[in-house]
Design a protein around this ligand. Structure first.
Ligand SMILES: Cc1cc2nc3c(=O)[nH]c(=O)nc-3n(C[C@H](O)[C@H](O)[C@H](O)COP(=O)(O)OP(=O)(O)OC[C@H]3O[C@@H](n4cnc5c(N)ncnc54)[C@H](O)[C@@H]3O)c2cc1C
Length: 544
């Protein structure tokens, strides 16, 4: 019998997975696609739409699914019973599976209060409104802000550059445009050559660049940065911070992401894979989502008996920067090579330059709906090719909080986490049942248990998680900790200043913070003990 694969999601990763499984499955898999929205949105050109340079396209998802060989089921994934291999939908339905692929994307959340948050097609009109205000002379200063934690910053650069071109082409008076980003270099992920090209381009367009700055909030005509700077502005356009949708029964990180191995398998779960923005890979981009879907599909097809050797996910980042005049092509390999070995060349390396480069999806959409593909390569003089190998650690560096440095930089003598933490945490195993752990927590009157695997902290289970599980009617002696814990929790070290820990707990709404020593759980900091140690809190939030 064919392996029954259920793909939850109807976006880039879901369609790419369905297409790859059709291609690679040799008829050994059947595919169903579960998604709440009836349409597939092709979002990259959302940035061009307000400028009338492109149009966001959408397609009937059930038709696309059928063309990709999958059966479409309307509905949203709400929970998973991994033991019983059945999902629960938000409408209360149940769908059985042999293999589940979670490709539910991520939700945009407000990151810079007071700013216009650009989430995609839904905000086209708001950007048009901003352009109208510029034309009417009501707005003279616009800041474009990349918040901390948003690693796919390309759309914001595109918006800034297209705004500059729009103003220039209409001969409007001087409008001050500024980009504020926590990156050390503009579009840092694309490597040295890409950053340099973008820096020059920004200079040519007169866009002021603030790197290494964290935008926090926009109030009273000021974009406030962490820790102290300010940028005077009439309007601020910011990217959102992304969060994974909460799905009961899956070990998500505090931001709702799923930690996966190199073949897309969710850590600790045999039959559940994930791909795309919902995974904990820090770069949230369509091409990356498609590559993750391919890696998962290869593994699933091989497990089903197809004759292939599954290749691990090897992230290659490709982007097409729309500047309002001439597209720039950027390519970058994120393969963990040694250092930054970027190359620049006037010729594009790859073709066709579909904005979302999926091995199966790009030609499929091209054939099905005639989606983009400029007829020929851009004029050589203005095209920038960048090819860089970057270590995974460098990507991680973009998302790290840098909190301790930021909070300790004032050099004051402050209380640290070691002064207030409990040093005898309850450490449980991922395979323990919820019933066992609940009993231990009750006996010791604790609100949380740390989850350790071979001595390494891999999760935290709190009384809130237990309530969530029991409300979902799981059986205490069947449900396992690994399904309900928060995976890869935010941690601090014993030497972290208490103020930094309290800020973290308040920002995220945590009551318990694991304390680690080189990934080993050594304690738990409770909000109450921490608050007792600290008299005052930092004046502003950190915006991560
Ligand atoms: C403005 C903008 C411009 C972009 N430009 C580019 C670009 O130029 N190039 C590029 O490569 N990437 C670009 N991206 C990023 C790219 O769109 C995403 O990285 C990509 O779509 C991620 O694919 P995904 O399948 O993980 O999620 P999505 O494509 O967002 O799809 C998620 C799917 O899951 C469904 N879903 C949600 N919740 C549930 C649930 N509970 N159960 C089942 N289904 C659910 C949704 O309805 C949707 O169908 C851009 C993004 C934006 C917002």
């Amino acid at each position: 019998m064919a392996t029954r694969v259920l793909i939850a999601g109807g976006g880039v990763a879901a369609l790419e997975a369905a297409l790859a499984l059709r291609e690679l499955g040799e008829g050994r898999v059947s595919v169903e696609m579960l998604a709440p929205e009836p349409e597939f949105w092709y979002r990259p050109l959302a940035v061009a739409e307000p400028f009338d340079l492109g149009e966001v396209r959408h397609f009937d998802l059930s038709e696309l699914a059928a063309a990709a060989g999958a059966n479409f089921l309307p509905g949203a994934l709400a929970g998973v019973d991994v033991g019983g291999r059945v999902v629960r939908t938000s409408a209360g339905g149940a769908v059985p599976y042999d293999i589940l692929v979670v490709a539910c994307g991520a939700d945009p959340a407000l990151a810079v209060p007071g700013a216009l948050t650009f989430r995609g097609p839904a905000d086209t009109q708001r950007i048009r409104g901003l352009l109208d205000e510029i034309v009417a002379g009501q707005v003279a200063r616009v800041a474009f802000a990349v918040p901390w934690g948003a690693v796919w910053s390309l759309p914001l650069y595109e918006l800034a550059l297209m705004t500059a071109a729009y103003i220039d082409e209409r001969g409007l008076g001087h409008v001050e445009l500024t980009i504020v980003t926590p990156e050390d270099e503009p579009l840092q992920l694309f490597g040295r050559a890409g950053s340099e090209a973008v820096r020059q381009l920004l200079e040519r367009r007169g866009i002021v660049l603030h790197t290494g700055s964290w935008p926090v909030e926009f109030v009273e005509g000021e974009l406030r940065l962490f820790p102290e700077e300010k940028v005077a502005s009439d309007r601020v356009v910011a990217l959102p911070r992304l969060r994974g949708p909460r799905i009961d029964g899956l070990p998500q990180t505090v931001d709702g992401f799923l930690a996966v191995d190199a073949h897309g398998r969710v850590h600790g779960l045999t039959d559940v894979f994930a791909a795309g923005d919902i995974t904990n890979f820090p770069v949230k981009q369509g091409g990356i989502a498609a590559q993750q879907a391919d890696a998962a599909a290869e593994m699933i097809a091989a497990d089903a008996g197809a004759d292939l050797t599954p290749q691990p996910f090897r992230p290659v980042l490709r982007g097409l920067l729309l500047t309002g005049r001439q597209p720039r092509y950027l390519r970058h390999e994120l393969t963990g090579g040694a250092g930054d070995v970027s190359v620049a060349s006037p010729e594009p390396l790859w073709w066709p330059p579909a904005k979302i480069v999926g091995r199966y999806l790009a030609p499929f959409l091209g054939a099905y709906a005639g989606v983009e593909s400029p007829p020929e390569a851009p004029g050589a003089p203005d095209a920038v090719l960048v090819e860089v190998e970057l270590e995974r650690g460098q990507i991680g560096g973009l998302t790290a909080l840098g909190l301790e440095t930021a909070v300790t930089s004032e050099g004051e003598d402050r209380a640290i986490v070691a002064d207030a933490m409990s040093t005898d945490p309850l450490v449980v195993a991922p395979e323990d049942t919820l019933g066992e752990v609940a009993e231990k927590m009750r006996a010791r009157d604790l609100g949380s248990a740390l989850v350790g695997d071979y001595g390494r902290l891999i999760g935290i289970l709190t009384s809130r998680d237990l309530l969530r599980a029991f409300a979902g009617r799981v059986h205490p002696s069947e449900a396992r900790v690994r399904e309900w814990m928060t995976a890869e929790p935010v941690t601090v070290s014993a030497a972290t200043p208490i103020e930094a820990a309290v800020t973290l707990m308040t920002e995220y709404g945590f009551h318990h913070l694991p304390v680690v020593d080189d990934e080993r759980p050594v304690g738990v900091l409770g909000l109450r003990q921490a608050a007792r140690q600290t008299q005052s809190r930092p004046r502003i939030g950190l915006g991560f």
